[in-house]
Design a binder for this molecule. Structure first.
Ligand code: BES
Ligand code: MN
Ligand code: ZN
Length: 502
């Protein structure tokens, strides 16, 4: 894991393999961002001109390496683009800093230590840079000697200009480290191949982390699920050699006034089941447990941050496989709630496992339930690969989560739950079917889940099918593969709940 230090050393004197500076577009020219004054001086005030000659423009995503002139201890200067420079007197956008730091950390894979001299105007800026750098340095190496390209991730991030003796800066940096490490925990789980990350293996990982961080972990195995009547989770897991689990992982705080329940979809592999997905649609379906990974990571983060709120995570873990014992299209499942569901498409499995977990979570009467799931391809069609959809039974709560996501640098958009789409799920045999109209498929899935939320409980549903797994080239702090989508939003939501603001 990449280390984080706050340093009071000057940019010129700190011992590091590289010195990271920010550059921005200012009109038609390139401007060196604050924090890099000393570096610019070492270039006799000509850093911007040198970079322009090298073809740099200050655009987001740009990374230009150049050898240091005399006077700088670090042998290499790395200039990263911050996009357009802010208006005079205004600070850089936190997300621009986060992305630039991520780009820098990726460009410095293989280096032991880099000093970041990016513009810092507040503890929040320092946190954004730390987060971006630690997230950008991430590589999934469990099944390879080294990371991608054979280079080890950047070993240490030294933040310059972050005032290590100032309490607010120290706290912001510690929080950033925790959030980034927990996002990387989620990424590791998402990236782990599904032959190894079975429901039981996922549950074991939760038990291990629970021990380390003082969490209460309860695991319902297939026997307990059968005894308890969890027809949704069992029905989805029925075709697999790897039986399902329902995991409850709880963080409690002595002074907590509120309890937030988080429910995560944990399909360790989604083949579609008997309604098998065609080739081209199943290669990345190890990512279908991203919701459960985000929930788990958030509960651990809440514990590490000592938040004054109870956070209860519910992980609905199953593998969706076709076999002689698999649920068939046409089967009727009796859910944990007692409702019956006609399964018309076994590939709409997420809502089945989530329904049982939502009913169970509701029994404890939490102040709110937020569920997270890679639930529908329809949401990806609607919002693209980088934005998650937010649905809720409470407009204010939905808006609050959308604003929180904005604040922490996660793209999201509020989506409706139109009542007219409910009748498409009417079944001639059961109380409801797991399929509805094709149009608005993401909202149909949301409406299905809504039926399993306890009366009077505030509930929101995040469909992260788009942003959970990144298939393209890495950008900013986002690597290929699992992204850790929604962790930052959920952690901030827990903090707001602890503060009594929600
Ligand atoms: N896990 C998928 C949704 C998904 C799609 C996640 C793309 C990530 C990327 C889900 O279980 C699924 O298969 N949904 C179906 C539902 C349909 C059968 C009603 C879908 O979206 O096609
Ligand atoms: Mn599916
Ligand atoms: Zn799925």
């Amino acid at each position: 894991m990449t280390a984080l230090t706050l340093s009071t050393a000057g940019a010129a004197t700190l011992r590091a393999d590289a010195l990271v500076v920010g550059v921005a577009k200012s009109g038609k020219t390139l401007a060196v961002a604050p924090g890099a004054e000393v570096v610019d001086q070492a270039f006799d005030g000509g850093l911007a001109a040198v970079l322009e000659t090298l073809g740099a423009s200050g655009a987001e995503g740009e990374a230009t390496k150049l050898p240091s002139p005399a006077g700088l201890k670090a042998p290499v200067v790395l200039a990263v683009g911050l996009g357009s420079a802010p208006e005079d007197g205004e600070a850089y956008d936190a997300e621009a800093l986060r992305r630039a730091a991520g780009t820098a950390a990726r460009a410095l894979a293989g280096a032991k230590k880099a000093a970041f001299a990016l513009p810092i105007a507040s503890p929040e800026d320092a946190a954004a840079i730390a987060e971006g750098a630690l997230l950008g340095a991430y590589a999934y190496t469990a099944y390879q000697e080294n990371g991608q390209g054979g280079k080890k991730p950047l070993g240490e991030v030294a933040l310059l200009g972050a005032k290590p003796r100032d309490k607010a800066y120290k706290a912001a940096a510690e929080r950033a480290l925790t959030v980034a490490e927990e996002m990387n925990r989620a990424r590791d789980l998402i990236n782990q191949p599904p032959n190894d990350l079975t429901p039981a293996a996922f549950a074991a990982a939760v038990q291990a982390a629970g021990k380390e961080h003082g969490l209460k972990v309860q695991v319902l195995d297939e026997k307990a699920l059968t005894k308890g009547g969890y027809g949704g989770i069992l029905g989805v897991g029925a075709g697999s050699e790897n039986p399902p689990r329902l995991v409850r992982v709880a963080y409690t705080h002595a002074k907590a006034e509120k309890t937030l329940a988080l429910v995560g979809k944990g399909i360790t592999y989604d083949s579609g089941g008997i309604s098998l997905k065609p080739a081209g649609h199943n290669e990345t379906m190890k990512c279908d447990m991203s919701g459960a990974a985000a929930v788990f990571a958030t509960v651990v983060a809440a514990a590490r941050l000592g938040l004054a709120v109870n956070v209860t995570g519910w992980l609905a873990l199953a593998e969706n496989m076709p076999s002689g014992s698999a649920t068939r299209p046409g089967d009727v499942l009796r859910m944990y709630s007692g409702k019956t569901v006609e399964v018309l498409n076994t590939d709409a499995e997420g809502r089945l496992v989530m329904a049982d977990a939502l009913t169970k979570a509701s029994e404890e009467h939490p102040d709110a339930i937020v569920d997270v799931a890679t639930l529908t391809g329809a949401m990806v069609l609607a919002l693209g690969n980088r934005t998650f959809g937010i649905m809720a039974n409470d407009d204010d709560y939905r808006s609050a989560i959308h604003e929180i996501a904005d604040e922490v640098g996660e793209q999201s958009w509020p989506m409706p739950l139109p009542a007219d789409l409910r009748k498409g799920m009417d079944s001639s045999t059961a109380d409801i079917s797991n399929m509805g109209e094709r149009m608005g498929g993401g909202l149909v899935a949301g409406l299905f889940l809504k039926e399993f939320v306890g009366e009077g409980i505030t509930w929101a549903h995040l469909d992260i099918a788009g942003p959970a797994f990144h298939e393209g080239a890495p950008y900013g702090y986002t690597p290929k593969g699992g992204t850790g989508s929604s962790v930052r939003t959920l952690v901030r939501l827990a903090e707001r709940t602890a503060d009594g603001e929600l």
